[in-house]
Design a protein around this ligand. Structure first.
Ligand code: IMP
Ligand code: MG
Length: 184
């Protein structure tokens, strides 16, 4: 039998304390809902889920299983954050290695903050002539966004506060937390 671990109300990562904002149950319910929505549009399309590492590794795993239909999964690795701040520079650490021409691509992000990472990546992807491109992000900070593009699937909109958990980190810590925690 699986014993459910109790969810702590506060956690520490390096020097900072974070408090529970979205519980594991709420996270899982939302992912199931997003999977169903994606099904309505992509059921017979064999979409390519393109996760953005590192932050989206858990969400991509859960979302593709919630989708449940035929699909493919690949990853790219982009980085714009250092500590608690966006650096404004987006580095491509691992580029696109999968053929995307004529494919329906769903870009999977853990969180869209300023939007710079996705805004900068989009032209690179569009040059490769995908059949369609959609964005699915688990979290969105509406008060932080500075770039204009359509985000098709949004899990939760959250205040402009730094968060960790469910793949997201503070200097690499906190990624394996099951809920979302915000900086206290
Ligand atoms: P953007 O380019 O400003 O939209 O930043 C996007 C990336 O920065 C996300 O995919 C995350 O990896 C990281 N990021 C933004 N906000 C947070 C946060 O509150 N906690 C952890 N990582 C974040
Ligand atoms: Mg990310």
């Amino acid at each position: 039998m699986l014993l459910k671990m109790r969810e702590p109300n506060t956690v520490k990562a390096h020097d900072l304390t974070f408090e529970l904002m979205i519980s594991e149950q709420e996270v899982q319910d939302k992912v199931a809902e997003m999977g169903k929505l994606l099904c309505e549009r992509y059921q017979d399309k064999n979409p390519l889920f393109l996760g953005v590492l590192n932050g989206s590794f858990i969400f991509t795993a859960d979302l593709t299983r919630a989708f449940g239909e035929k699909c493919e999964v690949s990853f790219i690795k982009l980085s714009s954050y250092s500590g608690l701040e966006s650096t404004g520079e987006v580095a491509t650490l691992i580029g696109l290695t999968t053929e995307v021409e004529d494919r329906h691509v769903i870009i999977v992000e853990d969180i869209i903050d300023t939007g710079k990472t996705m805004h900068d990546f989009l032209p690179t992807l569009e040059k490769m002539k995908p059949a369609s491109v959609a964005f699915a992000t688990f979290l969105l900070k509406p008060d932080a966004i500075k770039y204009d593009f359509t985000i098709d699937y949004i899990g939760f909109e959250i205040p402009n506060k730094f968060v960790i958990g469910y793949g997201m980190d503070y200097n690499e810590q906190g990624r394996n937390l099951r809920g979302i925690y915000q900086l206290k």
